[in-house]
Design a protein around this ligand. Structure first.
Ligand code: ADP
Ligand code: MG
Length: 401
């Protein structure tokens, strides 16, 4: 398949000149290059990853770009972000020493680039000191994985500047190591797999047990559909107790049912499970088991009938998260319901839950109408104004200049 940029060459060059100039201004000399990695949206497959199941995210056309210069004789790292942070009081770049990095330390956003540098070194790659200027269009904390966009852009740059030869799978696992052991976030492989492996017009089907990845055609445009993201702007946190308790319920359910992970159950096992489990644990299990089945069906339907046919699967996923897994919230439910009522063909909350974003697959001709309906519904409910934008399945991490 072709993997052309969604931008025209002229726009792309202009874009890179912008960040190259910002780098020069910040550090007083030229960058070696510019690398990018996108944010992601999970099309379907929520809370299935840690149950060794299936997920289907796609890389989006919002991305983190990093301009980087290697400092070969040095162990110094200097970091600056166009989105504000970089000035620890001094107005200049944040500065670190690669030989004095502490896993779990309080580094703020710097923990993301430092974490992947650390993970590379842990794996035996010698990383040079470097200067990095970050400029990202991925909104922070909306559930679109702005943090993984930084990590994946940085690890792609550092791998090349270190002269290491690593596979996409190596980068996925090293990014996970940086997140788990340096940043201190117990995340899986979903986000970085989408960001590193995504391709334009495709979603990334992932088996979280054996980590097999496969590109699945997902071309909403071909069906005159747009993927609308509704960022509720309600704060969420993956380290919050809701996530931990869902995870614990899944583990308890698997143990009670005598399987290594909920991935080992199918919808046909649910009747028996209901007899063995208390109601709450059963509903948690039912979400995961049916969600795995929905991911597999979405892959099949996308391949046979295209994006226009997946609406009911998105709807069913939301209902399952709302009623069985109980990770939605009033703002997410309103986003989904108002978008569907106004003509979206399918909608669901996406991401870990308790806030963040919903997605609504919407006929292009109805986009403005759906947007307005969602805004009106939020205003009527007295909720804060959500942020609405469309995303398209885009290419994964790569060098831009
Ligand atoms: P998400 O990854 O879902 O967007 P996270 O809480 O995991 O949310 O990551 C958000 C954090 O990533 C921010 O608090 C900030 O530390 C960092 N971050 C993301 N984008 C930028 C940016 N452009 N500049 C500086 N820090 C950023
Ligand atoms: Mg994140």
């Amino acid at each position: 398949m072709t993997s052309q940029s969604t931008e025209s060459p002229g726009q792309q060059t202009a874009g890179q000149q912008d960040i190259l100039a910002a780098f020069r201004q910040a550090f007083g000399h030229d960058a070696d290059g510019v690398w990018m990695a996108p944010g992601r949206v999970n099309l379907i497959g929520e809370h299935t990853d840690y149950n060794e199941g299936f997920v289907l995210p796609f890389a989006i056309d919002l991305k983190a770009r990093v301009a980087v210069r290697a400092l070969p004789e040095s162990r110094t790292v200097r970091l600056l972000s166009a989105q504000g942070s970089g000035s620890q009081g001094s107005g200049g770049a944040l500065e670190f020493d690669l030989d004095h990095l502490e896993p779990g330390g309080e580094y703020g956003w710097a923990s993301y680039p430092l974490g992947v540098a650390w993970a590379l070194e842990q794996s035996g790659v010698t990383v040079p000191g470097f200067e990095l200027y970050l400029d990202s269009t991925v909104p922070l904390g909306s559930g679109l994985s702005s943090s993984h966009a930084i990590e994946c852009a940085t690890i792609t740059a550092l791998t090349e500047l270190s002269g290491a030869s690593l596979t996409a799978q190596d980068l996925v696992l090293l990014t996970q190591r940086g997140e788990n052991d340096f940043v201190g976030a117990p995340t899986g492989i979903l986000d970085q797999s989408a960001s590193l492996r995504g391709e334009r017009g495709h979603a990334v089907f992932l088996d979280c047990r054996d980590q097999h990845a496969e590109l699945i055609p997902f071309d909403a445009e071909a069906d005159d559909l747009v993927m609308l993201v509704i960022d509720t702007r309600v704060a969420h946190s993956h380290s919050d107790g809701g996530y931990a308790s869902r995870r614990a319920a899944c583990e308890a359910g698997a143990a009670a049912l005598g399987v290594p992970a909920l991935r080992d159950l199918g919808p046909e096992d649910l009747a028996g499970a209901e007899d063995l489990l208390d109601d709450l644990t059963f509903r948690r299990v039912r979400h995961v088991v049916t969600e795995d089945a929905r991911v597999l069906e979405t892959v099949a339907v996308l391949t046979s009938d295209g994006a226009k046919a997946i609406g009911p699967l998105l709807d069913a996923s939301h209902v399952s998260m709302r009623d069985d897994f109980e990770i939605s919230c009033p703002e997410l439910d309103l986003a989904v319901d108002s978008a569907r009522t106004a003509g979206a063909i399918g909608a669901r909350m996406t991401g870990g839950g308790f806030g963040g974003s919903a997605i609504a697959l919407t006929p292009r001709a109805l986009e403005d109408h759906v947007r307005q309906a969602v805004l009106d519904a939020f205003a009527s409910a007295g909720f804060g104004e959500p942020r609405l934008f469309t995303v398209t399945p885009a290419e994964g991490a790569r060098r831009l200049a």
